[in-house]
Design a protein around this ligand. Structure first.
Ligand SMILES: Cc1ncc(COP(=O)(O)O)c(C=O)c1O
Length: 388
């Protein structure tokens, strides 16, 4: 099998597994307990907090552990809601290409009378920062713009956006789930107030993530109970997973430059081979302002889902885009926002690399792609349009 779906989830790094194991059957104390068992797990969590903070240039006490990217995003929005900001008449600014873990909580607010501005993107999937300036009103309570898009891999101008938000003193949140471990992130240099990350996208375990909340930025918790995570997120901590996430962040930081170069080599090799070997293909997203572990393509005249099934039959795991939108069976809102027509949307394929992928796998995959795209095009309703 060749696994090219690392934007959906990644293999847990062997060193991460090793680090986690004792926290299942040896160090199983509750971190809130005063005895040695409890103190050991509490210390392990604090070590992980430092490792996570180091990956994004934060202070450890600015990190709250959550159950993943979805919870981190929800926490920030509900935190604003319960802060007393009157929903009715207030305004949130976001982009039209956010992940559902941002769009869906925001839509709930919209139902309750909150004004939402969904900024458009250009054909590469990039927000124009002037649109932020032009959309800010005295009622704006938050701006939330994702760092890197999960479908097409485009990176947004977060630093530029944060300068605008700072000028108008509007809190800025960014969903950095796809960006972490793929580009350098420093929350201080970026100037963001809140940032979400997830463990399973960076070779850590699933079901754990973190929310960075800048010191001084008040977010009211929405999970209430025992007061864990400094009161920000009640519930007994998922110790083994937090430990694993910490280790995954440490590895991601140490290997960031190596991984970026590796992804660039795989990316350019695959792209040049595909362009040479397969006609009527288009690269989506920006060529430079992107995470390089992601290649998003449109094969004209091909149905992306049929392509995924054919690739799977040949032992290659890829995706049409967001794993989450599979549940809703809706055409990608990201590609729609980028101005794609129906044919371009249905013909899309996302390949996403991990640190373990090789050039040899790229070569094998292109051979298979060439074959299966030709097969699908031979029975395509668009056959005469393109004379495949
Ligand atoms: C951009 C983005 N945000 C949020 C999420 C949700 O993260 P999690 O799966 O950790 O809840 C994902 C997952 O695919 C994502 O790609």
């Amino acid at each position: 099998m060749i696994y090219f779906d690392n934007a959906a989830s990644t293999a847990v790094h062997p060193e991460v597994v090793k680090e986690m194991l004792p926290y299942f059957d040896v160090q199983y104390g509750n971190p809130s307990s005063i005895h040695q068992f409890g103190r050991k797990t509490k210390n392990a969590i604090e070590k992980a907090r430092k490792q996570v903070a180091a990956l994004i240039g934060a202070e450890p006490d600015e990190i709250t552990f959550t159950s993943g990217g979805t919870e981190s995003n929800n926490t920030i929005f509900y935190g604003i809601k319960f802060q007393g900001a009157k929903l009715e008449g207030s305004q949130i600014i976001t982009s039209s290409i956010e992940h559902d873990a941002v769009l869906k909580p925001i839509r709930e607010f919209e139902k309750n009378g909150c004004q939402v501005t969904y900024l458009p993107v250009d054909e590469h999937g990039i927000v124009n920062s002037d649109d932020i300036t032009n959309s800010i009103t005295p009622q704006t309570v938050m701006v939330s713009i994702m760092f890197a898009n999960n479908e097409v891999g485009t990176i947004q101008p977060i630093k530029e956006i944060s300068k605008i938000c700072n000028k108008y003193q509007i809190p800025l949140h960014t969903d950095a789930v796809q960006a972490a471990g793929k580009v350098p992130i420093n929350v201080k240099e970026l100037g963001v107030d809140a940032l979400s990350i997830s463990s399973h996208k960076i070779n850590g375990p699933k079901g754990v993530g973190a929310l960075f909340i800048k010191k001084g930025f008040t977010v009211v918790p929405y999970l209430l109970g025992g007061g864990q995570e400094n009161g920000m997120r009640s519930g007994t901590e998922n110790v083994a997973s937090i430990v694993g996430f910490g280790k995954a962040c440490e590895i991601a930081k140490e290997s960031l430059n190596k991984n970026i170069s590796h992804f660039q080599v795989l990316h350019s090799s695959m792209l040049s081979k595909i362009v040479k070997e397969i006609p009527y293909v288009k690269l989506n997203g920006h060529t430079e302002k992107r995470i390089f572990n992601n290649i998003h393509l449109t094969f004209l005249g091909v149905n992306g889902e049929d392509l995924i099934i054919k690739l799977d039959e040949h032992g290659i795991a890829a995706s049409t885009g967001s794993a989450c939108s599979v549940h809703t069976q809706k055409a990608s809102h990201v590609l729609k926002a980028m101005g794609f027509n129906h044919e371009q949307i249905t013909g899309s394929l996302r390949i996403s690399f991990g640190y373990m992928n090789t050039l040899d796998e790229v070569e094998q995959a292109v051979e298979v792609l060439k074959k299966v795209v030709a097969e699908l095009r031979s029975v395509s309703p668009y056959k005469t349009k393109y004379s495949f």
